[in-house]
Design a protein around this ligand. Structure first.
Ligand SMILES: Cc1ncc(COP(=O)(O)O)c(C=O)c1O
Length: 440
């Protein structure tokens, strides 16, 4: 009897304070692979074609082209088609794809590019890398994707582009964004780094703007460790992207002819080979993530003080790169988010994460305008000199609140676990809530 009481007490005690965790079972391994990836890599290895252009192929653009031999070329075609696009151009990562997409779209030094305040650094460094000026706008409280009203307010005579981020895997309000772009003659480059397979009213992310940019970095829903792709339905953009990935060369032209300032952003054949197999896994994984996310949505609705982000009617497929819920400390006795997340991790919900500690503009790079040898390009233009990145805090209260107080992230890999794991997440939250006062 005494033993039983001791066990019950340990179960009830928070793991952070020495009790037993809710979950001890491991989380799914990521990335997922088997002998198919192994075979694909070996095929490249033995072929000796480790470099895509050893096949002499440029961007395979036409529908009627034969099946290319290059793994990268095959993958970019398959990925583009799976994302309602005619063209796909692979690159080294999802940071350079944004830079290249902006350049292909004609964004020039001094142009302003509107980006959300709640995003990964590359969304805003891509404009800087092409000499343009990132202008931050707030996110919508229900979805954490960019608030279109705030975009409208931020447009000036210098605005040239908008980069909506399908944050966490939920498509932005693209009809409204495209309508603004049309009205003010702006280009839309989708940052779809989180949105493999996601769709908006049945149309795939990556096909909704002028160009789309995806990442295949290790944490992403489709990965080769590193990598990225630009998607588009515009032939001229596709050709320019290919050239910008490939040192400014042009397809069909001599090797030592360079037409435009460009870097080397090529993907290797090994990455292409892995991605071809990973792409075949995407649909099934997506189905599992979605089922678990919807289950979590319904289970969490029973707990006061945690509220999943809304799923919009326009979201016909959500990729759930992140499962995000809003945490309200008041319902947990005032326990702050960081401590709440620590307690969840201790309960065995090891992937729980508090997300960005601040909105992007609050990073020293922006506050101090430490860009290219100083404040260039921003201060090189009279309109840029007026920008003080410290001022965005007042303009972006939702992003500020998400970072400091509310947003809790569960990564996509957790959604690949079995149903029991979702119940464990909920049990852990309830347990932390019941004992929150002990952590204050
Ligand atoms: C929203 C967003 N955009 C762009 C990127 C950049 O991708 P990569 O890590 O492949 O450079 C990331 C990566 O985390 C991201 O989350």
């Amino acid at each position: 009897m005494e033993d039983w009481e001791e066990i019950t007490e340990l179960m009830e005690q928070l793991a952070l304070l020495g009790g037993n965790p809710v979950r001890t079972a491991p989380w799914p391994r990521w990335p997922v692979f088997d002998e198919r990836e192994e075979q694909a890599i070996l095929e490249v290895l033995h072929s000796g074609h480790w470099w895509r252009h050893s096949y002499g192929q440029g961007v395979e653009l036409a529908e009627g082209d034969e099946q290319p031999q290059s793994m990268v070329a095959r993958f970019q075609r398959a990925f583009a088609r799976a994302h309602d696009c005619q063209y796909g151009i692979c690159a080294a990562n999802g940071t350079v794809t944004l830079e290249i997409a902006l350049r292909a779209a004609g964004v020039k030094p001094g142009d302003e590019v509107i980006v959300p305040a709640y995003t990964y650094v590359a969304t805003a460094t891509a404009p800087l890398m092409v000499g343009a000026i990132p202008v931050f706008v707030d996110i919508h409280p229900g979805t954490y994707t960019v608030d279109v009203q705030r975009i409208a307010e931020a447009i000036t005579e210098h605005t040239r582009a908008i980069i909506p981020v399908h944050f966490g895997g939920q498509p932005c309000d693209m009809d409204a964004i495209n309508a603004l772009a049309q009205r003010y003659n702006l280009v839309v480059v989708e940052d779809a780094a989180h949105a493999h397979g996601a769709s908006y009213y049945g149309r795939k992310c990556g096909s909704l703007g002028a160009l789309g940019s995806f990442s295949f970095q290790a944490s992403k829903n489709l990965t080769a460790g590193e990598g990225g792709i630009i998607t588009t339905n515009n032939f001229d953009y596709a050709e320019m992207c290919e050239s910008l990935v490939w040192a400014g060369r042009r397809r069909g032209e001599p090797w030592y002819r360079h037409y435009v300032l460009a870097s080397n952003a090529r993907m290797t054949e090994f990455q292409g080979a892995i991605l071809l197999v990973q792409l075949e896994r995407l649909a099934e994984q997506m189905e599992k993530r979605t089922a678990n996310a919807l289950l979590l949505n319904s289970l969490l609705s029973e707990i006061e003080g945690v509220e999943p982000l809304s799923i919009l009617p326009s979201t016909t497929a959500h990729s759930f790169h992140l499962y995000i819920f809003r945490y309200r400390p008041e319902a947990f006795g005032g326990l702050d988010k960081q401590r709440f997340v620590q307690a969840l991790q201790a309960e065995g919900i090891t992937g729980a994460f508090a997300g960005y500690a601040t909105p992007l503009y609050a990073n020293p790079m922006f506050l101090e305008k430490w860009f290219m040898g100083g404040p260039w390009p921003v201060d090189a233009f009279a309109h840029g000199q007026r920008i003080n990145y410290g001022d965005f805090a007042e303009l972006c209260p939702i992003a500020e609140r998400a970072c400091a107080i509310e947003a809790v992230w569960l990564p996509q890999t957790m959604l690949l676990a079995d149903t029991q794991a979702m119940y464990d997440i909920v049990a852990a939250i309830k347990k932390v809530q019941a004992h929150a006062h002990r952590l204050l």
